[in-house]
Write a protein that binds this ligand. Structure first.
Ligand SMILES: C[S@@+](CC[C@H](N)C(=O)[O-])C[C@H]1O[C@@H](n2cnc3c(N)ncnc32)[C@H](O)[C@@H]1O
Length: 233
């Protein structure tokens, strides 16, 4: 990342809010016993210590849809949140946000620390409307359904597609919407936007559409996918 500050600048109501990105890596890498420069240790550490490109894409892209919307009391879920920047965007829009990640240590030391930082800096009482769920998507349980589900850089492993589908199936409100920002191909690990689209379409429950494509000629092509329940006439 070139800057160590995130500014929610595409939303006219939030453009004064700045979040200092703190490098927690060393401390956390030690506590998780993860070798340095490792992005993934299957079923132990799944990448949440870093901020990934797709989370940054989401915080550019979501305000284009929601900057003028009143999202007070909306229930939002960020799946595989890591630092949780898209979820924090919705928290700042006064939604109730559930931050979910494989690693409890990431939620406690990174995601929640950002929320504390913003509460202290801007005295925003409504930021308390956050809750945290750690663990594998296979075991995901919540006592509520969600109006919006967001997720960045989480489609790299085809083995997780069924788990993600089950979460959408069980927890997306009937008039809700999910946004997944993803790389077109995850070289070396197998997942891809095409495989995920094919998988979701094969279940015949949801419409899935590409709504944003970033091809900067520097890194991998990235897309945002919008998922809604099919309308049954
Ligand atoms: C590549 S990181 C992306 C983090 C963040 N969304 C971002 O874009 O910066 C993938 C995230 O998905 C979560 N994750 C991956 N597989 C998971 C699983 N099976 N169950 C729960 N969370 C998982 C990881 O904990 C990790 O934070």
């Amino acid at each position: 990342m070139s800057s160590n500050k995130i500014i929610f600048k595409n939303d006219e109501n939030l453009n004064k809010i700045e979040l200092d990105i703190i490098n927690y890596s060393n401390k956390l890498i030690k506590s998780l016993n993860v070798p340095e420069n490792t992005d993934l240790i299957s079923r132990k550490y799944e990448g949440g210590i870093k901020i990934w490109e797709c989370a940054l894409d989401l915080i550019q892209f979501l305000p284009k849809i929601y900057s003028k919307s009143n999202l007070t009391n909306f229930n939002v879920l960020e799946l595989g949140c890591g630092h949780g920047l898209p979820g924090i965007y919705f928290l700042l829009k006064k939604s109730n946000v559930t931050f979910q990640d494989f690693n409890k240590e990431v939620l406690e030391n990174i995601t929640n620390n950002y929320i504390i930082q913003l509460k202290d800096k801007y005295n925003l009482d409504y930021l308390k409307n956050a809750d945290f769920i750690s663990g594998d998507w296979k075991e995901f349980k919540s006592n509520k359904k969600f109006n919006i589900i967001v997720s960045g850089d989480t489609l790299y492993n085809i083995d997780n597609y069924e788990k993600i589908f089950n979460i959408l199936y069980n927890y997306l409100e009937k008039n809700g919407v999910a946004y997944f920002s993803t790389k077109k191909f995850y070289y070396g690990v197998g997942g891809s936007s095409g495989e995920f689209i094919y998988f979701i379409e094969s279940k015949n429950c949801f419409e899935i559409n590409k709504i944003n494509e970033i091809n900067d000629g520097i890194s991998n092509i990235r897309l945002s996918l919008e998922i809604k329940w099919k309308i049954i006439l």
